[in-house]
Design a protein around this ligand. Structure first.
Ligand code: ATP
Ligand code: PRP
Length: 217
């Protein structure tokens, strides 16, 4: 039987890297522990201490795709990735409060550019941000190390994530504007929300109970 129609079992897709590292303690608080150590195992599907729940560990940008197509009933992905994915087909019931950072515009200085060249991993978000300001930048799609682009003369601006600010600082860049506060979110497939109502509701309720309230600044 297709897992989506068996009523009880859930597959949770989790971004590998930073989000997985922060999601594992959260999952442990609801009694979900992978049976293999994700840091050592090369397995992509991990059974957990809860037989009805398995994890698939994938790249951040692939999490919404798996969940939208029902290959995973639920997922954990950064708000940055979800904003860029632009799907109306996913429920986003819970802010998990992990992997917090900000999506910002940065550059070498604040000097305005007539038609800025903006390097980013987030072309859709960047286009929408500038369009809301009546600007049409030239967008240069990159896959990593955005901070290099202004230094190498590839772009005037970058749109990238900032947490401590260290990467910007060490590359002589300054923050120009904040586009969005980012954290990892629980997302759920719309069909699974109906077909596996009880299992999905239980997962949401348990995770909601496990999310730590934000520490006061
Ligand atoms: P990939 O290599 O697959 O493109 P990535 O390098 O974006 O992935 P990570 O750096 O682990 O992978 O980022 C995954 C998610 O973690 C991001 O989508 C974002 O939500 C969050 N994140 C990224 N950088 C930071 C940061 N410096 N501080 C806090 N959270 C971050
Ligand atoms: C992320 C992001 C910034 C950096 C910001 O990169 O793309 O480069 O973190 O964090 P900071 O403000 O604390 O310095 P990451 O370390 O994930 O490397 P990546 O380029 O491989 O995504």
């Amino acid at each position: 039987m297709n897992r989506l129609h068996d009523g009880k079992t859930l597959t949770l897709a989790v971004s590998k890297g930073r989000i997985l590292d922060e999601a594992l303690p959260l999952l442990a608080r609801i009694g979900v522990r992978p049976l293999q150590d994700p840091a050592r195992s090369r397995k992509l599907i991990l059974d957990t201490s809860r037989p009805e729940l398995r994890l698939v560990i994938i790249r951040a940008q692939d999490v919404p795709t798996y969940v939208e197509h029902g290959a995973a009933e639920a997922g954990i992905a950064g708000r940055d990735v979800l904003m860029e994915y632009e799907s109306g087909e996913l429920y986003e019931p819970l802010d998990l409060g992990i992997a917090r950072c900000r999506l910002v515009v940065a550059g070498r200085d604040h000097a305005p550019a007539a038609r800025p060249r903006v390097a980013t991993k987030y072309p859709n978000v960047t286009r929408a941000y500038y369009a809301a300001r009546g600007e049409q930048p030239e967008i240069i799609k990159l896959y990593g190390s955005m901070e290099l682009a202004p230094l190498a003369g590839l772009a005037d601006r970058i749109v990238d994530l900032v947490d401590t600010g260290r990467t910007l600082r060490e590359n002589g860049l300054v923050e120009i504007a904040t586009i969005a506060d980012i954290s990892a979110r629980l997302i759920v497939n719309k069909a699974a929300m109906k077909v596996k109502h009880a299992a999905v509701r239980r997962l949401i309720a348990q995770l909601r109970g496990a999310v730590r309230p934000r520490a006061r600044d």
